[in-house]
Design a protein around this ligand. Structure first.
Ligand code: ADP
Ligand code: GN1
Ligand code: MG
Length: 367
């Protein structure tokens, strides 16, 4: 209690602290919402304890988010948008630092809460999902001229699926430090059978067929903030993994999360399927913004990228389960296994529906 208060006291917030509470449902950072009173005005801020197990170089990470948000403010302004609401505004510490580092190594950063806003943990309508597609497509478009070489790679090989397979998944299966591999042998086998899929996009990068762009890389629906009144998507958040990547990673990861007819950790596998209606809605929204800049190879792999990002995420959840749950936040001991089974059920359904998904993409790209 006292220590969080002294952390809060280290930042340049306006007014008197009224309360703070844990907030949101991200799997990585610890997020608090702060309420301040300044005269008659109530102000909200977000304070986050950065997960330093996941992000090893917080200086590099915070340089990235400061430069990306300041660049976005200019572009939003030039395009007639509201720069105070459409990107994050970080608050520096009283010592004018981009984040606070405590003697025990823990790191905190703060930014303005986007007022009168909400995020969705699941898709409630095709319309909402389409709006998130527009937001992520626009995010990519607005950053298309950002100098990519100035960005620090916050998690190297983040979406290098074959590297995750060879260097994380297989070693975790072999070491089996928690003796859990026997409880998930079917899932391990399912992933092994799809090893070739894991190299496909990486090989296309090597062949110069897929261009690296500045991408978000973590395009879950709850990383977009919506306006409470208009229900319009306002702002893309969670910028920790903004770095050079593929447009396909952003498209595929959104579909993985938002076009699943069930939550990412639903245990009843019969509820899990790929909603073609939601897939179409997102495709339409994303391509309306980013479509013109995508090349033929990108367009041809959009549907596949949804399957690959889902397979990769399943592999990451299963790897974490095998390693003893050291990466993702979990609410109960089998949580990562439940998530992995869920994502693999979605992969299986995407495989059944792949021709239809590909046809939908063609319908939006005149091919
Ligand atoms: P994580 O890396 O743990 O996912 P996020 O930055 O995504 O952390 O924050 C967690 C959640 O907090 C988000 O999904 C969102 O619901 C909420 N949130 C974060 N920042 C804001 C903000 N500026 N305005 C409103 N809600 C926010
Ligand atoms: C994490 O931080 P959050 O909850 O938005 C993870 C993503 C995964 C996602 C699975 C930095 O996203 O890569 O796809 O969980 N973020 C990081 O839900 O690893
Ligand atoms: Mg998040």
């Amino acid at each position: 209690m006292e220590s969080i208060k002294s952390v809060i006291n280290s930042f340049k917030f306006d007014g008197e602290l009224v309360r703070y509470e844990t907030f949101g449902s991200g799997h990585i950072n610890t997020t608090y919402m702060l309420t301040f009173n300044n005269g008659n005005v109530t102000k909200h801020y977000i304070l986050q304890k950065i997960n330093t197990n996941v992000f090893k170089n917080v200086d590099g990470l915070m340089d990235n988010v400061f430069s990306v948000t300041s660049y976005l403010r200019d572009v939003i302004d030039k395009n007639g948008g509201d720069k105070s609401r459409e990107t994050l505004h970080f608050i520096k510490t009283k010592n004018d630092q981009k984040y606070l580092k405590l003697p025990d190594g823990s790191c905190y950063r703060a930014y303005r809460f986007v007022d009168n806003s909400k995020s969705y943990d699941s898709v409630e309508s095709a319309r909402v999902f389409k709006k998130s597609g527009i937001a992520f497509g626009k995010f990519q478009k607005y950053l298309s001229d950002f100098p990519a070489h100035t960005l620090y790679e916050t998690i190297p090989d983040f979406h290098n699926t074959i590297s995750r397979y060879n260097n994380e998944f297989i070693p975790a299966v072999r070491s089996d430090v928690c003796s859990r591999a026997s409880s998930c042998s079917d899932e391990i086998e399912f992933i092994k059978q799809r090893k070739d899929d894991c190299s496909k996009l990486v090989n296309l990068i090597k062949a110069n067929k897929l261009p690296l762009r500045v991408t978000h890389n973590d395009t879950k629906l709850n990383n977009v903030i919506f306006d409470n009144d208009t229900n319009e998507a306002i702002c893309v958040i969670d910028l920790d993994t903004v770095m050079p990547g593929l447009a396909l990673y952003d498209f595929g990861d959104s579909i993985r999360f938002g076009a699943n007819t069930a939550a990412e950790d639903e245990k009843d596998l019969s509820k899990i399927s790929l909603s073609l209606e939601y897939f179409e809605a997102y495709t339409c929204g994303f391509l309306s913004q980013a479509g013109d800049s995508l090349n033929q190879c990108e367009l041809e792999n959009l549907a596949f990228s949804a399957k690959l990002m889902t397979l990769e995420c399943a592999m990451r959840f299963l790897t974490d389960y095998l390693n003893g749950d050291t990466y993702f936040k979990t609410a109960y001991p089998q949580h990562n296994l439940v998530r992995a089974k869920n994502q693999l059920a979605l992969v299986a359904d995407m495989e059944r529906k792949m021709p239809k998904m590909e046809q939908i993409v063609r319908n939006y790209t005149n091919n």
